[in-house]
Design a protein around this ligand. Structure first.
Ligand code: FEO
Length: 183
């Protein structure tokens, strides 16, 4: 009796996405260590928290593959890219990594739609929402840095940003949660 409810194609794609989430975690981890070395403990704390979030995403996919009766393949994680050049570059890179991950999630949504695997399609909707939040959060941070002078951001503004990010909520407000009273 075949108890595997995932196609070979989706099994491979989900395993690849699991590794991609682990890679995203390593990227946040390396940028956090970079920021901490420069003395920005608040920014580092924010990035360390996101490293954990990405690891949670990895676990969700791992668990899903197992629960659908398919095989998990844990493989090597690619090394993170070079350190950012400055704080603006750091958050530009964060945004780019998130968009890249969103595109990978969209591919999985499309694949599950094409296969009419509605369980996987449904599972992936959580990630679609999560990616919208993460892109929104990265964009709002880039906006803050831009207002404070972009790559020429001064030390006072960096001090404030560092203090803010220590306590910044990890989730951005999504458009669908906004009301006229609470824009
Ligand atoms: Fe799990 Fe930010 O992607």
């Amino acid at each position: 009796m075949n108890t595997n409810r995932l196609s070979p194609t989706l099994t491979t794609a989900l395993n690849e996405q699991m590794t991609k989430e682990a890679h995203a975690s390593q990227i946040y981890l390396s940028y956090a260590a970079w920021a901490d070395n420069l003395g920005y403990g608040g920014i580092a704390n924010f990035l360390f928290r996101h490293a954990q979030e990405e690891r949670n995403h990895m676990m969700k996919i791992l668990e899903y593959i197992l629960k659908r009766g398919a095989e998990v393949k844990v493989v090597a994680i690619p090394a993170p890219p070079a350190n950012p050049k400055n704080m603006q570059n750091c958050f530009e890179k964060v945004f780019e990594h998130e968009v890249d991950n969103t595109n990978a999630i969209y591919k999985l949504v499309k694949m599950s739609f094409t296969e009419e695997d509605w369980a996987t399609w449904n599972f992936m909707q959580w990630f679609v929402k999560e990616q919208t939040e993460e892109e929104t959060l990265a964009l709002s941070l880039l906006d803050k840095i831009k207002i404070a002078g972009g790559k020429n951001i001064d030390s006072n503004s960096l001090y404030s940003l560092d203090r803010d990010l220590q306590i910044t909520p990890d989730d951005a407000t999504l458009a669908q949660d906004v009301t006229a009273e609470n824009p």
